[in-house]
Design a protein around this ligand. Structure first.
Ligand SMILES: Cc1ncc(C[n+]2csc(CCOP(=O)(O)OP(=O)(O)O)c2C)c(N)n1
Ligand code: SF4
Ligand SMILES: [Mg+2]
Length: 287
């Protein structure tokens, strides 16, 4: 499929020239096109932030909700219509800060959705405050003496909570990010892809060069099915590992556990309920 199928044509894009978000948009379009996922079968759900604008630049169904709240509607959309490909996509502040609670429980629920996080280690939209993933010592107009908290580690947390697909990518490498996204979207169950994304305007420390110098790809011989090793790898801070860090195939999804599709495979959204009779039956059972 031609990735242009997702293009919005000649529209204004509010991202700064040189922002890493452009490459993530390209990688995602390429991944979806290679997987032959047509726009009518796709929903991109986001919260608020620069990264969260991504569905505006994508010709498909989307839901752009409240700050930190991309995961609950994404889960609901998947449950009522499992035939759709559902992507929840936002920034590090949106997913790990304001949306942190939803992040934890989406992992536990394991809906069959892909969670893409544009991790620029800063709040870009609100002009440069520290985010949960900002590095120690990162100075901002608010954190004037530098961040003194250890950065939040989404990968270790996701593996510890039972996520079945956990990966890290780098926005500066469109091809390999595309490959990782393809694996995440094809995975059955919740899949996290944390993408290191330079913010050229408000993060002058974690630049394209910094990410290149401080990351490495996992070797082909690395076994992502070994959970203990994956936990160790995810903890590495001196040089950040890139690639699929953990993958496990056997776990029931939230949709399967809900029991909604045990007897009837029709998507819930297409089923018609005989509301009058259901209500009458319920009233009779209580009288
Ligand atoms: C409930 C609520 N709290 C705070 C904000 C302000 N706000 C908007 S975006 C944002 C942070 C965005 O950072 P991130 O998710 O990392 O996205 P980026 O802009 O870096 O892509 C904040 C704090 C808001 N819009 N709504
Ligand atoms: S502020 Fe940063 S994240 Fe936002 S568009 Fe500009 S470079 Fe990208
Ligand atoms: Mg951010």
């Amino acid at each position: 499929m031609d990735p242009e199928i997702y293009d919005m044509g000649d529209i204004d894009i509010a991202w700064c020239p040189g922002c890493g978000n452009f490459s993530i948009l390209s990688s995602l379009k390429l991944a979806l096109a290679e997987l032959e996922i047509p726009p009518e079968n796709l929903v991109v759900v986001s919260g608020i932030g620069q990264a969260a604008k991504i569905p505006h630049y994508f010709k498909t169904h989307f839901f752009n909700g409240l700050h930190g709240r991309a995961l609950p509607p994404a889960t609901a959309i998947k449950v009522v219509n499992p035939e759709l490909t559902v992507i929840a996509e936002s920034g590090d502040g949106d997913m790990y800060g304001e949306g942190g609670n939803h992040f934890l429980h989406a992992i536990r629920r394991n809906p069959d959705i892909t969670n893409i996080v544009h991790n620029n280690m800063v709040y870009g939209l609100t002009k440069g405050q520290a985010s949960p993933t900002s590095q120690l010592g990162f100075r901002t107009p608010v954190q004037v003496r530098g961040v003194f908290l250890e950065p939040f580690n989404p990968l270790t947390l996701a593996i510890a909570l039972g996520a079945t697909f956990v990966a890290r990518a780098f926005a500066g490498d469109v091809e390999r990010t595309k490959d990782i996204l393809k694996m995440a979207i094809s995975h059955k169950g919740y899949a996290l892809v944390d993408i290191l994304q330079p913010c050229v305007s408000f993060n002058k420390v974690n630049t394209f060069k910094w990410f290149k110098d401080n990351t490495y790809y996992l070797e082909n011989s690395y076994n992502p099915e070994d959970r203990n090793e994956a936990l160790q790898i995810s903890l590495q801070q001196d040089r950040l590992p890139l690639g699929v860090i953990f993958k496990l195939m056997k776990k029931k999804t939230f949709e399967e556990n809900s029991g909604l599709y045990d007897k009837d495979k029709t998507p819930l959204v297409l089923r018609t309920a005989d509301r009058k009779n259901v209500l009458a039956k319920l009233i009779r059972s209580k009288s």
